[in-house]
Design a protein around this ligand. Sequence first.
Ligand code: GDP
Length: 350
Amino acid sequence: GGGGAAQSDLLRARMRLSLQEHLWEFYQNRVNIPTEEQATARRAALDICAELRVFLHAKLPDMPLREMYLSGSLYDDLQVVMADHAQLMVPLILEKNLWSSIPGEDTIMNLPGFWLVRRENLEYFPRNSSYWDRCMVGGYLSPKSVLEVFDKLVAGSINWPAIGSVLDYVIRPVVPSETLTLEVQYETNRKLYVDFLPLLVMEDGTSLIAKPHRLVAERHENLWRQSFRVAETARLRALDQEDGGCRCTCLKVAKAVCKLNPALNRLNASQLTNAILLLSEKEGDWTQEALADRFLHLLRALVGHLEAGRLPCALSPKVNLFCELTEQEVDELGYTLYCALSDPAGLLRS
Ligand code: GDP
C-alpha cells in the first residue's frame, strides 16, 4: 500500500542526497583546478603568445592579421581536471569587397553551422589583390590552406629551442597535428598544449574558425566552422549570475566526466554547454542544492538528444551539434549514458 510508495520515495530522496554529496566531492577533488596551477599555465601561454607576436610582426609585416589573443576554458574558469590547453586565436583581416560568406545550408553540402568564404570581384581585382588569395582553392578561401601557411611558419621557420631557452620552457610543435599545436613544457611535470586557431570575423559579427569538419571528405575541405563559443559561454554565465545558479558547476562536472570516461570522450564542451542552455529554457531551479537533480536531468536530456540524433545549438537551432558524430558513436554514447542513469555516481568513479 501507501507505505511501500512512501518508502521508495524516501529511498529515492536518500539516493539523490548522496549523489549531491558525491558530485560536490568530485568537483572539489577532480574537477576544480587549483588557482596557482591555472595561473602558471596562463602565464606560460601568454609568454608564448607575446613571442609569436614579435616574431610574426618582424618576419611577415604584410600579413593582414589583427592582434593574436588567447582564449578557451582556461580563460573562462571552465577548464577542468588539469590546466593543460588553450587556443591562440589568429584573426585574419579580409577585404570586405573581395570576400563574402555563404551559409552551409545554401550550398550543396546543406550543412548549417558551416560556411564557405567566396572570392568576389575577381574581374576587377585579379588574383593577388588580396593577401589571402594565396589560400584560395576553387574560388573559395580554404581553411586548410590557411592552416598550412601557419604550419610552415610554426613548424618550419620559428626557432623554438631558442625561444624556449629564453623563456625557460621546452617548446615543440606537435607532429602530426591536424590543428597545429604547440607543446610547451613549462615545469618538470606540467605540459600545456596551445592550438593555433585562425579566425574570420565577418561583417555581421559571425565568427568562423579554421577547424576542419571531423568527418573528412573532400567536399568539406573548404568549409569554415561557425563558432558560437563566446556567445554560448556568456549566456551560461549570465544565467548563473541572475539566479546564483549552478549551471557552470554542472557543466564542469559533466566536462570532467566526459574527459575521464573514454566512452564519453566524444562529447565536447560546446555540446554540453548547449544541452544545459536548452534545459535552462525548461527548468528554473538551478540553485546549488539542485545540482544532483539538474545533473541527472542533463544526462536524461543528452540521452534524448542522442536518441533523436540531434542536438540543436541553443543560439541557432538549425545547427545540429551532433552532425560530426557517426551513427555508431551516437549509439555508443547513448548507450553509455542510458546505463549511467541507474547509477550516476558510477560516472564519478573512473
Ligand atoms: P575545453 O577545451 O573542453 O575545455 O573547452 P573550451 O570551451 O575551451 O573549447 C575549446 C574547443 O572549442 C576547441 O576545440 C576549439 O577548437 C573550439 N572552439 C570553437 N570556437 C572557439 C573559440 O571561439 N575560442 C576557442 N578558444 N575555442 C573555440
